[in-house]
Design a protein around this ligand. Structure first.
Ligand SMILES: Cc1cc2nc3c(=O)[nH]c(=O)nc-3n(C[C@H](O)[C@H](O)[C@H](O)COP(=O)(O)OP(=O)(O)OC[C@H]3O[C@@H](n4cnc5c(N)ncnc54)[C@H](O)[C@@H]3O)c2cc1C
Length: 501
């Protein structure tokens, strides 16, 4: 059998970045993924490729996107998203629980890491479709999320896999990592099952990048709480917490918000797990421009509390808590042109009507009279003298309701009306393994477990309660790169100290 210095478990964005960095550090690298090649790429492949990155202005963006045309620059207000802005957003939405050392690394390495990804063949583009609105005669970005991997998750994964293969990294699909082989001196390899056969592959260092436990209904219920077994999984069916379990079994320290997760409004009739044909299309993220009602016809959340990027990841939980775990999003003709692309997919649970009364009876499982009362009260509470502007927190609010809407409050009175049914779709879990600034997994007794590193969703301590949109891929890339670099260094040291075979 070939021999390897570093084994990476998981071939998503974090694992592939780790593999590329380890290979750059001179290591012979093997990547294992339990998924068959046709389903490769983990959750990363399901994404739109949105990546939160700190930049000082358009000149920085040009480094990531040298193809930006002058005409494009002239018609766009890219603004800036400084390291301070990124840190503030991360702090604010996580209620200042995010580990200071890890958050600083995430933010401060974000730009250079995307530049490094570009050097490996990943292409970036401005995210006009979902993150910019027309303001006067220019497109204006809002909400700190300007850059996407060109072609979204599928092309991101293809580019990283191609780069890994060019670097001589071996990738084994359909290979389930089962157990870490560890002794007093640390991790020495991985026991895995491939084609029905269990083998042990030795290595001097292992990087775990096998995702969270969102696809494991039993763990969801155990850690997130009752009802979470009923959530739909937005992405891969393979992220079942296996990497976390393997590390805990050899004494790794659990860390972070184990009862917390990223979860969104997701089509009520979406399947149990993600569908690669649909990608992220089952999500419904334009609720800041309408209202959401539950089975009683009542609003239950401030749809305009903040830009979508800072609320969507926690509103799945709020929907799960409603009777029968669903909500309807309601829009009128004044705002339907603002709805994101995902509202126009074929597999959508949508109704339409020319009057609110006709709409009310089409809302499955909703108390029609309660809904009509709610809309009337909401319409009466909108402060219409404040101008509507989707590019800023416009302060156009309601006043006097039990749950007010803080921004972008428009009356719902102009036909045709549209409504979309959503339930809770879980994206990934926040709890995971404790790592240090070298991405080394820490033991329960303190100090690193020699030879063990982690990156991506299974790292705990970064996200609590909520999450700033586009941080998952950036975190996977930043910590994947760090983990791969560290693993190659340790492998070189351990290899040198190992007696010749
Ligand atoms: C629908 C959707 C849209 C999203 N959109 C965005 C976005 O636009 N921007 C953003 O930043 N984030 C987005 N996210 C979140 C983002 O996908 C994750 O934060 C990120 O991709 C996680 O990367 P990862 O490499 O840690 O995990 P993954 O990409 O999930 O990779 C983990 C891999 O580990 C493998 N694996 C699991 N167990 C084992 C085992 N025992 N042995 C071997 N392999 C194993 C899995 O098969 C998988 O391939 C989205 C997620 C979803 C589901």
């Amino acid at each position: 059998m070939e021999s390897f210095d570093v084994i990476v478990v998981g071939a998503g964005n974090a694992g592939l970045c780790a593999a590329l960095a380890a290979s750059e550090g001179g290591a012979r690298v093997l990547v294992l993924d339990v998924a068959p090649e046709s389903e490769r790429g983990g959750n990363s492949r399901f994404t739109a490729g949105a990546m939160r990155v700190a930049y000082r202005g358009v000149e920085d963006l040009r480094e990531l996107m040298p193809d930006l045309a002058e005409s494009e620059i002239a018609r766009t207000d890219f603004g800036a998203y400084t390291e301070g802005d990124f840190l503030d957003d991360l702090g604010r939405v996580t209620e200042y629980r995010s580990d200071p050392e890890l958050s600083e690394l995430l933010v401060k390495r974000s730009f250079e890491t995307l530049r490094w990804m570009r050097s490996k063949g990943v292409r970036f583009a401005p995210m006009y479709g979902r993150q910019a609105f027309k303001s006067g005669d220019r497109m204006r970005f809002w909400g700190g999320l300007t850059v996407e991997a060109w072609g979204g998750g599928p092309v991101l994964i293809d580019s990283l896999v191609r780069a890994a293969e060019r670097s001589g990294v071996a990738i084994w699909y359909g290979a389930r990592a089962m157990r870490l082989v560890a002794a007093d001196a640390g991790v020495q390899g991985v026991e895995l099952r491939r084609n029905g056969i269990t083998v042990t592959v030795p290595a001097s260092a292992v990087v775990l990048a096998s995702g969270g436990f969102e696809a494991n209904a039993e763990w969801r219920t155990r850690y997130l709480g009752p009802g979470w077994d009923l959530a739909r999984v937005r992405g891969t069916r393979f992220n079942t917490g296996a990497g976390i379990a393997m590390a805990l079994a050899i004494g790794a320290s659990p860390c972070g918000n184990w009862s917390g997760c990223h979860a969104v409004g997701w089509d009520r009739n979406a399947p149990e797990f993600g569908d690669l044909e649909v990608g992220d299309g089952f999500q419904k993220h334009s609720y800041p421009f309408g209202i959401m009602v539950n089975a009683s016809g009542k609003r239950f959340i401030d749809e305009g509390a903040d830009f979508r990027n800072y609320t969507y990841a926690k509103y799945g939980r709020a929907i799960l808590a409603q009777p029968q775990q669903f909500a309807w999003q309601i829009f009128d003709a004044k705002v339907t042109h603002l709805l994101r692309d995902e509202y126009r997919i074929r597999r959508v649970t949508k109704v339409r009507a020319d009057t609110l009364e006709a709409l009310a009876v089409k809302l499955d499982d909703v108390d029609a009279a309660g809904f009509l009362r709610e809309v009337a009260a909401y319409n009466a509470a909108v402060r219409q003298h404040i101008a509507f502007d989707p590019t800023v927190r416009d302060g156009r609010r309601t006043e006097g309701l039990a749950i007010d809407k803080s921004n972008w409050a428009n009356t719902i009175d102009t036909p045709p009306f549209e409504a979309y049914a959503v339930t809770c779709g879980i994206t990934f879990t926040f709890g995971g393994l404790r790592i240090d600034a070298h991405a080394a997994v820490q033991s329960v007794d303190g100090g690193p477990i020699a030879g063990l590193f982690a990156a991506g969703e299974l790292v705990g301590g970064l996200f609590y309660f909520n999450y700033p949109g586009g941080s998952g891929l950036t975190s996977g890339a930043v910590f994947g790169r760090i983990a791969g670099t560290s693993a190659a260094q340790i492998a070189a040291q351990r290899g040198a100290s190992r007696p010749p075979a």
